[in-house]
Design a protein around this ligand. Structure first.
Ligand SMILES: Nc1nc2c(ncn2[C@@H]2O[C@H](COP(=O)(O)OP(=O)(O)OP(=O)(O)O)[C@@H](O)[C@H]2O)c(=O)[nH]1
Length: 362
């Protein structure tokens, strides 16, 4: 099928928002969604792990929001993505939801965006209604260089970008920032790099991406290929040649804890310091929503990305009826049981009040 003439292209743009674990995708998304021009946008979020927290932290209405948490959108739930897009379009055309102006897909931090783009572009029926509205990739200035070195998915995310958003520049030196910029220029030549501090981006970011930006399959393939060939200096920790599906069996995995009783923050914070110090590099991502004894009605939201633990943020109220503490880990070579033992020992949490999601649901 030939693509419609761009000048009169009335298809709905689909923007892919990607970037490695904890690099700031949700922070950027929330900032974008506050913009009134995105009122008619739908958001599809794909989460890695059994217990997702992003759906609680994304400031989108229920009507706007779809969570795909049954697997990764670049492989196992590609079909779900296609079905979700078709359903969003159907509802909007039938007048069941407001007219659809745009779709934003937030990938998991481990996703390879190229297969996602290929999936969308391969569906003629879908492409009659939607167009690829660009790929925006967040790169964390603190962990970015090491992550690009160790995780080929991260390099691919950069390689297919139409815009790079460098986040957390407030936490690094000018030299480190300059080095990262050079590295990004190397991986994605001629792609504009923008600083996005705490998610702050220009209001028309998505509209400013080139029309049908990433629709050139050959260009995507070339860039992804190039990204794979740049890291000649891989060290022993490099995961080149291992896609995340194999990594899921060779080390990268997700597990969660649900804690019934409120936790004492002092002990809990000491436990976090301990885990970060001991497991930092292999603790790829930690997210938590925590009920503390001192203020149980206002949960704390916690984010850790490798060695960096961001300051906890206090919510004014619980985002859903479930008021139990929930902790999500995405790790490499760390056993759930090892973390569970430290929770009991350092955070002084009664082992009986810690559950796996499956047990908790029972
Ligand atoms: N200091 C600082 N913190 C930031 C910045 N951008 C994001 N963060 C923090 O980084 C943490 C992770 O941000 P998220 O937006 O959840 O990252 P993400 O990419 O959506 O994470 P995953 O989807 O889990 O991979 C949060 O604590 C954010 O507040 C920034 O520019 N500066």
């Amino acid at each position: 099928m030939s693509a419609p003439d761009r000048a009169s292209d009335a298809r709905i743009p689909v923007t892919v928002l990607t970037g490695f674990l904890g690099s700031g995708k949700t922070t950027v998304l929330n900032r974008l969604l506050r913009n009134r021009s995105l009122a008619g946008a739908a958001v599809i979020v794909n989460e890695f792990g059994a217990v997702g927290l992003d759906h609680l932290l994304i400031e989108a209405s229920e009507e706007q929001f779809t969570l795909l948490d049954n697997g990764c959108v670049c492989c196992t739930v590609r079909g779900d993505l296609v079905m979700t897009l078709k359903e969003l379009d159907r509802k909007s055309q039938a007048g069941e939801t407001p007219p659809l102006s745009r779709v934003i897909i937030e990938t998991t931090g481990l996703a390879d965006p190229a297969p996602i783009l290929h999936t969308l572009m391969a569906e003629a029926e879908l492409m009659a209604r939607f167009r690829i509205g660009g790929v925006v990739t967040t790169v964390d200035a603190v962990n970015g260089a090491a992550t690009l070195h160790r995780h080929p998915e991260a390099a691919k995310q950069v390689a297919v970008a139409d815009r790079l958003l460098v986040t957390k520049t407030d936490l690094v030196s000018d030299n480190a920032f300059r080095d990262l910029r050079h590295r990004l220029e190397h991986l994605a030549p001629a792609v504009e790099q923008t600083v996005a501090r705490n998610g702050e981006v220009e209001l028309d970011l998505l509209a400013s991406l080139p029309a049908d930006a990433a629709a050139d399959v050959a260009r995507i393939a070339m860039r992804v290929e190039a990204a794979g060939h740049h890291d000649h200096d891989c060290g022993p920790d490099c995961h080149h040649g291992h896609d995340h599906h194999r990594d899921a069996h060779h080390g990268i995995r997700s597990f969660s804890f649900i804690i019934d009783k409120p936790v004492e923050w002092g002990a809990f914070a000491r436990w976090l310091d301990y885990v970060a110090a001991l497991k930092g590099e292999d603790l790829l991502r930690f997210k938590g929503i925590v009920r503390t004894t001192d203020d149980p009605e206002r949960p704390l939201v916690l984010h850790g990305v490798q060695h960096v633990f961001h300051p906890p943020a206090r919510l004014e109220s619980w985002p859903s009826a479930d008021r139990r503490s929930r902790l999500v880990f995405i790790v490499r070579n760390i056993e759930r049981e090892a973390i569970a033992r430290t929770l009991v020992k350092f955070a002084a949490i009664d082992a009986a009040s810690i559950a796996t999601p499956a047990l908790a649901a029972a």
